[in-house]
Ligand binder design. Structure first.
Ligand code: COA
Length: 352
C-alpha cells in the first residue's frame, strides 16, 4: 500500500504487546477473508445477545454501503494473538449531518474486559475528530429480560443516552382476512405496492417523503439534522440495495385528488436471512395524518410480503419508546416487544 498513512494513524498500530489496531479496506478483493472475519465479529455480538434472533448485515450489504457516495466509512480491526477480536466502523454522512460520526463497535464475547473496546473506540473517535466530526453516536442493544453491561462502557467513555428504542416482531403469515380488513377503505387514498423495483415516476415524491422521515420520527435528544434526499440519491440507494441481494416490498398511499404520494412503508429482506423481514421506515405526511393511513399501509404491505416472499416467517422493527402512534399501530398488527436498544451521544471539540 503506497502513500502516506491516514492522518488519524497515530491511534493505529500496536497498542500493547498483544493488541494491534489496523484499518481494513472492505472493498479490496485481497482483503475479503479479513473482511468476512470483521463481519463475523459483529455477528458474534448479535449471536451472544439474541441467539438465532440477531440482526446481521451480509458482507455484500456492507460493501454496498462502502461504495455509496453518500457517506465515508472507515473500518478498523483489533487483533490479539494474531486473531481478529474487535471490529469498528465509523460512518460519516456526506450529504447532510456533516458534524456527525456514527460508531459501530463490537468486541468478540470471548475477548471482553481486556481493553479492546477502549482502544478501538479511541482510534475511531480520533478518525472522526480528524474528519471534523464533533457529534458522535453509538448504539447498545439487549434482549428482553436481560440487563446490558455495554451501557457502563458507553457511560465510561462519556456518552449519554439520547434515545431508547423498542425492538419488536410480528409473526408471518398473519391472518390474511384480518389484514385485508385493516387495509381496506373507501376514501381519497389509493394504496399502491412495488416489489424490488421502485417505479421511476414515484422517485420525486418518494424523495420528499424520505427527507421528511429524518425530521418527523421522534428524535428525542439525538442531535440529527434534516437529511438531503432527491430522486438521484433514492434511485442509487434502491439500486445498491438490490445489488447487495436485498429484496424490498414497499407500499405507498396516493392522494387521488392531487395524484401525489403522501405516505409509505418499507420491508426489506436480506439474502443472509430470507425468513426475516426488516420493517424499515413508515411515514405519513403531516397534512394527511388522522386518516388511519399508517395502519392501513402496514397491513397492506404485510399482505404483499406474504404473497411475494412466502419464506418470511417474521418481521422485525425498531421504534423509539416515545413513538406512541407507531407503537399503537404495531400492537394492532400483532407486533410484540423482544428487545431494546439505546442510542448514545457525545459531543466533542473540533480537535483533540
Ligand atoms: C461494549 C464493548 C464494546 C466493550 O468491549 P471491551 O473490549 O470488553 O471493553 P474494554 O475492556 O475496553 O472496557 C473498557 C471499560 O469499559 C467498562 N466496561 C466494559 N465492559 C463492562 C462490563 N461488562 N461491566 C462493567 N463495565 C464494563 C469498564 O469501565 C472497562 O474498564 P475496566 O475493564 O478497566 O473496568 C463490548 O462489551 C461489546 O462488544 N458489546 C456489544 C456491542 C456494543 O454494545 N457496542 C457498542 C458500545 S457503545
Amino acid at each position: 500500500m503506497g502513500g502516506p498513512p491516514p492522518y488519524w494513524a497515530d491511534r493505529l498500530g500496536p497498542v500493547s504487546e498483544d493488541l494491534d489496531i489496523r484499518p481494513i479496506d472492505l472493498l479490496d478483493p485481497d482483503q475479503q477473508d479479513v473482511a468476512r472475519e470483521w463481519v463475523g465479529v459483529h455477528g458474534s455480538v448479535q449471536r451472544e445477545l439474541f441467539g438465532d434472533h440477531g440482526s446481521e448485515w451480509t458482507l455484500d450489504e456492507i460493501r454496498g454501503f462502502y461504495a455509496s457516495p453518500t457517506s465515508r466509512r472507515v473500518a478498523l480491526g483489533a487483533w490479539a494473538g494474531g486473531r481478529l477480536v474487535g471490529a469498528l466502523e465509523v460512518r460519516m454522512p456526506l450529504a447532510d449531518n456533516l458534524d456527525l460520526a456514527l460508531v459501530w463497535l463490537s468486541v468478540h464475547p470471548d475477548h471482553r474486559r481486556h481493553g479492546v473496546g477502549d482502544a478501538l473506540l479511541r482510534a475511531g473517535e480520533s478518525a472522526a475528530t480528524r474528519h471534523g466530526r464533533s457529534t458522535l453516536m453509538g448504539e447498545t442493544e439487549w434482549p428482553e429480560g436481560r440487563s446490558d453491561a455495554s451501557e457502563r462502557f458507553a457511560e465510561r467513555h462519556g456518552y449519554a443516552v439520547a434515545q431508547t428504542v423498542l425492538r419488536s416482531f410480528m409473526p408471518l403469515p398473519a391472518d390474511r382476512d384480518a389484514l385485508a380488513a385493516l387495509a381496506a377503505a373507501d376514501d381519497d387514498y389509493a394504496v399502491e405496492t412495488f416489489v424490488d423495483h421502485i417505479p421511476e415516476s414515484w422517485l420525486e415524491d418518494r424523495a420528499v417523503l424520505q427527507q421528511r422521515m429524518s425530521t418527523d420520527a421522534p428524535l428525542d435528544d439525538l442531535a440529527l439534522e434534516e437529511e438531503a434526499w432527491d430522486a438521484d440519491r433514492l434511485r442509487e440507494t434502491f439500486a445498491r440495495t438490490l445489488e447487495s441481494g436485498r429484496r424490498v416490498v414497499e407500499s405507498v398511499a396516493r392522494h387521488v385528488p392531487t395524484g401525489r404520494l403522501v405516505a409509505f412503508t418499507t420491508i426489506a429482506v436480506s439474502a443472509g436471512s430470507p425468513d426475516l423481514g426488516f420493517q424499515q421506515d413508515t411515514l405519513v405526511l403531516k397534512e394527511h395524518r388522522g386518516h388511519g393511513l399508517g395502519l392501513r399501509l402496514k397491513a397492506a404491505n404485510a399482505l404483499a410480503v406474504i404473497e411475494a416472499l412466502p419464506a418470511v416467517t417474521s418481521v422485525r422493527t425498531w421504534n423509539a419508546a416515545s413513538n406512541d402512534h407507531m407503537l399503537a399501530v404495531n400492537r394492532r398488527l400483532g407486533y410484540r416487544v423482544d428487545g431494546y436498544s439505546r442510542e448514545w451521544q457525545k459531543k466533542t471539540g473540533e480537535s483533540e
